[in-house]
Design a protein around this ligand. Structure first.
Ligand code: NAD
Length: 257
């Protein structure tokens, strides 16, 4: 049984990752914002986290902790809470992320900085906070949530796609750095998952096209990925003993390299 810490775990893909680990008998700490963040769509709150814990606790041992990945002290506290709850930390899932979109000439510097602070620097903070605990584990792994837009770009997603390309670079460099210690580092690259990012941001800003029509246009397998599709891939990457430095597409064929 492994102890798993999932950032951005209160909802969406993070919740799917939590489900996948719980179904396999692991202990899960979901870590997310307490609420009140100012962003272009609503982020998670303590209430959302409480609902998720109530929904998933029949599957196994799930706890929650407040976390802001842009704050190093908050990352230290989330790791400490996990170690207190479960006696250690084996698997860190760096899944928290934010999205802003629009043409670069209209894209604010503050949005650029926030996207990079959460999506990239958040992984830097969390990895540093977790490292001592991961080193103490006999079978440690990190799985970062990147995106297929890291590999192919997307119109109107300058900061987001650049941040996710950075996640892949960071994943590969940390995989090299930690390989001698047996700590594996991989990334998952989702395509279209019907979470707040799509429904409250991308579709809300795109003039009435239905989500289902967009999926049919873009996804060869003809359906969105489920949060559990992504969760099961993350669980595989976290437990596959000979796999490191991989950025695995889970996107219904949207990207094939
Ligand atoms: P989501 O908005 O439901 O989940 C993101 C979570 O991150 C939220 O719970 C949010 O509160 C949390 N978060 C944001 N800022 C944070 C911070 N500073 N500290 C801690 N937590 C913070 O959207 P999602 O689609 O579930 O996104 C999860 C991950 O998947 C993100 O990294 C996202 O970029 C990535 N992704 C999503 C898709 C998709 O189609 N939905 C595709 C590719 C990649």
């Amino acid at each position: 049984m492994a102890s798993v810490l999932i950032t951005g775990g209160a909802r969406g893909i993070g919740k799917g990752i939590a489900m996948a680990f719980l179904q396999a008998g692991h202990q899960v700490m979901i870590a997310d914002l307490a609420g009140g963040e100012d962003w272009n769509y609503d982020l998670a709150t303590e209430g959302v986290m409480a609902e998720t814990i109530a929904e998933l606790e029949s599957l196994g041992d799930i706890r929650g902790v407040n976390l802001d990945v842009t704050n190093a002290g908050s990352c230290d506290k989330a790791v400490a809470a996990t170690v207190d709850a479960f006696g250690g930390l084996d698997i860190l899932c760096n899944n928290a992320g934010v999205l802003a979109s629009g043409p670069i000439e209209e894209f604010s510097e503050s949005d650029w900085d926030r996207v990079f602070d959460v999506n990239v620097k958040g992984i830097y903070h969390m990895t540093r906070s977790a490292l001592d605990s991961l080193r103490a584990s006999g079978s440690a792994a990190i799985v970062n949530t990147a995106s297929i837009v890291a590999k192919k770009g997307a119109r109107g997603m300058c900061a987001y796609s650049a941040s996710k390309s950075a996640v892949i670079g960071l994943t590969q460099s940390l995989a090299m750095e930690f390989a001698p210690e047996g700590i594996r580092v991989n990334a998952v690259c989702p395509g279209i998952v019907g979470t707040a990012m799509w429904h409250d941001h991308l579709m809300a800003n795109q003039g009435g096209e239905a989500f289902e029509d967009r999926v049919q246009d873009l996804v060869p397998l003809g359906r969105p990925s489920s949060t559990l599709d992504i969760g099961e891939a993350v669980r595989y990457l976290a437990t596959a003993e000979n796999v490191t430095g991989v950025s695995l597409n889970v996107a219904g064929g949207m990207v094939m390299n």
